[in-house]
Design a protein around this ligand. Structure first.
Ligand SMILES: *[C@@H]1O[C@H](CO)[C@@H](O)[C@H](O)[C@H]1NC(C)=O
Length: 224
């Protein structure tokens, strides 16, 4: 193909076809679950996933009212969320062993942890042990430091004046305070107050959020 524009058109035409056939012949167990919030046909389900961004509560309520005691599904840009309702189904779900339904696997899947942090973070989650054991056991000892950091950060970033209002940017100030308080525990003073270091940690969390959004909107065959 000499003409690069033609190539783009061909690819653009193949992707919807591919998605269409995949959904026709793909997971049939999902197809038997009713959809809430829009059409479930391939590509058209994006309408529902867009609605979910702004009307999540109404869509969940609609599904609950219509299918109480049963199941329904809601489209996200890259997957379906299946909601089970009623005590009987919730009990059933709860009885499944971890190798059948797993909260950690679902969370990893939703957050795309293996693409963002690498497989290691998912399969060998040593941070969980550190948080559950070392960190949790030390909380009583660590608390005075955290309290001190929060108080110092508030005084520095939201200085109270006698008779005046001080405008602040709440998003950025709260991010700084949270980063300082948690890093007081992880790296201590003075690094937890270092502007360069704080910038790095705050932006890392924000960038992970952005990466997740990009991955959610990327077609599955670019991710596997
Ligand atoms: C407040 O801070 C956030 C995060 O740094 C930034 O995105 C936003 O533009 C700021 N808002 C204003 C009004 O400066």
């Amino acid at each position: 193909m000499d003409n690069p524009t033609l190539g783009i058109y061909v690819v653009a035409a193949i992707i919807p076809l591919f998605l269409f056939f995949r959904s026709l012949f793909g997971s049939s167990s999902l197809r038997s679950i009713p959809t809430v919030g829009g059409p479930s046909a391939p590509l058209l389900s994006y309408i529902g996933s867009y609605r979910f961004l702004h009307h999540a509560r109404a869509m969940l309520q609609e599904g609950y009212d219509k299918y109480k005691g049963g199941m329904f599904k809601i489209p996200l840009p890259d997957r379906w969320i299946v909601v089970v309702t009623g005590s009987r189904l919730v009990d059933d779900l709860q009885k499944f062993p971890d190798d059948h339904v797993s909260f950690l696997e679902a969370a990893a899947d939703l957050t795309h942890i293996n693409h963002i942090f690498g497989d290691e973070a998912h399969h060998n989650p040593l941070h969980l042990t550190v948080i559950r054991q070392q960190l949790t056991r030390q909380l009583v000892t660590l608390f005075p430091d955290v309290r001190d950091e929060i108080s110092t950060a508030f005084q520095e970033l939201i200085p109270a004046k006698e008779n005046e209002w001080t405008p602040i940017n709440a998003t950025s100030v709260i991010r700084q305070i949270v980063a300082r308080a948690s890093n007081r525990v992880f790296v201590g003073v003075p690094l937890c107050r270092d502007p360069g270091y704080l910038d790095l940690t705050v932006n890392f969390a924000v960038d992970v959020g952005k990466a997740r959004t990009v991955l959610t909107l990327s077609p599955f065959f670019l991710k596997s």
